[in-house]
Design a protein around this ligand. Structure first.
Ligand code: PMP
Length: 454
């Protein structure tokens, strides 16, 4: 652990494979099967059956209808939508399925430019750039923002795409305890005292105007996907200002889902987006599509456009996927005139808080903050993962279970993602099953009074 504080530990492929990847692929009757419907509130999960007693079990043609507590479909846009679907179909007719070229070589349509304009406007930034994949938005753009000699101070539980980007950048990396501003400050102070960290060429003059004497880049997330917890953004912004560091915020799970207008963790916590130098996010969760974005100053975005190989040499986002995000933005921001956006955001929050409260009342150890639609429920022992997943599936709940290396080895958990498209009846059904499971699998960790003080 001490070594890890110095930076990222080397990848222990065998160790990781032994515990989880192989285990996951050897177990065939849990929620790791293909699904054969849109990831709406309910999904069809394919069944597997033994064929002549052989393993692996084969998929059969039949499927099972399950309540979907596994998808990141926070606002319910991933299935049909009365406003979005006709627009996506119209773009499919006019522009086709695929961009079939990189952005700078004939892959840009007016819809790509419109999406980038909308992202920047929604976040109150000068400009934005999009990328075909959320993971690649971090892993391919961070190496442009940091390089040899750059100090990167990264939250210990940052997503694997951030880790990949930082590792690929060759920057000097320091890791701070997850969401602990006091430790961030200590790490930043010590790293600055150690030498003369630079911020890399991209940062020098183009982020937040000026940048002279800036000393390092702090990277955090809006909602941590395995913790369900929001960044302690106010304190972190204070620290980054005090030590003259830049702030890079990944809003994959928070954009669209937090704040009364869906504008993310800044709106939720009352932080000015001007204090966030680089805002990253994905379209794969609240927007029901694919791809990611970076928003910031016009000069920063222009620099990335000209320099990032993933922008210059990767095929652009498919036009219907772009249109899906644009129309979801219209609904979220009320531009469609229906008021459904505000209603969806309100419903998501009500659903999330109802489900969290009831789980706590049942005695579950639930991580994360109120208003967060991501709810990790602790199992601790990784041996419980397949049993719980199997039991839930049998009772009609599709639920994700997560263990090492996505979490530390002895903090295995299941994770519920709540959607605005879940009805109260859906959530009550799930809670009935959770009540059963708590008894069967010895999952009650706290009494009701302790839970509600949480
Ligand atoms: N950042 C974070 C914090 C994530 O949780 C994820 C994936 N869930 C990504 C980036 C990658 O996004 P995508 O799935 O859109 O590739």
């Amino acid at each position: 652990a001490a070594k890890q504080k110095e930076g990222y530990a080397p990848i222990r492929q065998d160790y990781e494979d032994f515990y989880t990847r192989r285990m996951y692929y050897r177990i065939h009757d849990t929620f790791n099967r293909p699904i054969c419907s849109a990831p709406d509130a309910w999904i069809d999960v394919m069944r597997r059956t033994p064929v002549d007693g052989q393993k692996p079990l084969r998929l059969t043609g039949s499927s099972q209808r399950c309540l979907n507590l596994g998808s990141y479909n926070y606002l319910g846009f991933a299935a049909q939508d009365e406003y979005c679907t006709p627009r996506v179909e119209a773009v499919l007719d006019s522009l086709g399925w695929a961009a079939s070229a990189p952005r700078s070589d004939g892959g840009t349509t007016p819809r790509h430019a419109e999406l980038e304009r909308l992202v920047a406007e929604f976040l109150g930034k000068e400009a934005a750039i999009t990328c075909g994949m959320g993971f690649a938005t971090n892993s391919a753009f961070i190496p442009l923002l940091a390089g040899r000699g750059t100090l990167v101070v990264s939250d210990a539980l940052n997503h694997s795409s951030i880790v990949a980007g930082v590792r690929g950048s060759g920057a000097k990396v320091k890791v701070f305890d997850h969401n602990e501003p006091a430790h961030l400050e200590a790490v930043l102070r010590a790293a600055i005292a150690e030498g003369q960290p630079r911020t890399g060429r991209a940062w020098k003059k183009i982020v937040s105007g000026g940048g002279g004497g800036m000393r390092g880049v702090v990277i955090i997330e809006g909602i941590y996907s395995m913790e369900g917890e929001m960044a302690r953004l106010r304190e972190i912004v204070e620290i980054k200002k005090k030590y003259k560091a830049y702030l890079y915020l990944d809003e994959a799970h928070s954009i669209g889902a937090l704040g009364p207008g869906g504008r993310g963790v800044c709106e939720q916590l009352g932080v000015d987006t001007a204090d966030i130098d680089v805002m990253m996010g994905t379209f794969t969760k609240s927007f029901g599509s694919c791809g990611g974005y970076i928003a910031g100053s016009a000069e920063l975005v222009q620099f990335l456009r000209c320099q990032c190989p993933a922008h210059l040499y990767a095929t652009a986002m498919s036009p219907p996927a772009v249109e899906m995000v644009i129309s979801a933005f219209h609904v979220i921001s009320g531009r469609d005139g229906s008021g459904r956006g505000a209603a969806k955001i309100g419903q998501l929050r009500a659903n999330a808080n109802y489900f969290r409260r009831r789980l706590l009342e049942l005695g579950y150890n639930v991580l994360g903050d109120w208003d967060s639609p991501v709810m990790p429920i602790m199992l601790f022992n990784p041996a419980k993962l397949p049993a719980i997943s199997r039991y839930m599936l049998r009772r009609g709940l599709a639920i994700v279970v997560v263990g090492f290396p996505a979490t530390p080895l002895l903090t295995a958990r299941m994770r519920v993602c709540i959607s605005a498209s879940h009805t109260k009846a859906d959530l009550d059904y799930a809670l009935e099953v959770f009540e059963e499971v708590a008894g069967r699998c010895h999952l009650r960790y706290c009494d009701r009074a302790t839970a509600l003080r949480h």
